[in-house]
Design a binder for this molecule. Structure first.
Ligand code: FES
Ligand code: FES
Length: 186
């Protein structure tokens, strides 16, 4: 009787332990991945700990500062409050995926440097991912609208103006480039 009870307890314990871990298969920066995570882990932790994607910064860890922003299926999310298991089957992008094959900076990264939008750099990856999502929407925004779109980010150093300048310039350059591609200059 006692033995049966113990076996049942062990079985329940094993089932419980199994439920604490889950397999997450997703695409990260264009690469198919698979890993086992604690079901309570955040996507930020999975990206940093399992894949060494340390551009994903952990600032507040409560969805307030935007330092951990990544793009998931085309939209920006705070990865600190996004469960890793929700990423199963999704397409995730981080700053590591913005650079070219030989480490060359993307246009938005180059503009951040050019406009002096980076100081300590802790907030920069999050801003870059939001800026990338803005650019990939291929919509035109006023400076005020861009300010609102970037308002989910905190920066202790720059005073925000240079960041806004960089994103505004990127949007404007994209507009010029797409105008030229359509032959609007002729
Ligand atoms: S660390 Fe995720 S929003 Fe601050
Ligand atoms: S550059 Fe330091 S927090 Fe933004």
């Amino acid at each position: 009787m006692q033995e049966t009870k113990i076996k049942e307890m062990v079985k329940r314990d094993l089932a419980c332990q199994k439920r604490q871990f889950a397999t997450v298969r997703c695409t990260i920066n264009g690469r198919e991945t698979e890993t086992v995570v604690d079901v309570r882990a955040s996507l930020a932790d999975m990206l940093r700990n399992e894949y060494n994607l340390t551009s994903v910064k952990k600032g507040c860890e409560v969805g307030e500062c935007g330092a951990c922003n990544v793009i998931i299926d085309g939209k920006c999310f705070n990865s600190c409050i996004y469960m890793a298991i929700w990423a199963d089957g999704k397409n995730i992008r981080t700053v590591e995926g913005l650079v070219g094959p030989d480490g060359e900076l993307s246009e938005i990264q180059r503009l951040f440097v050019e406009e002096g939008a980076v100081q300590c750099g802790f907030c920069t990856p999050g801003f870059l991912m939001t800026a990338t999502a803005i650019l990939e929407s291929y919509r035109e925004y006023t400076r005020e609208e861009l300010k609102k779109l970037l308002s989910g980010h905190l920066c202790r150093c720059t005073g925000y103006e240079n960041i806004l300048n960089a994103v505004e310039k990127a949007v404007s350059l994209q507009k010029t480039a797409s105008g030229s591609a359509r032959g609007e200059d002729h």
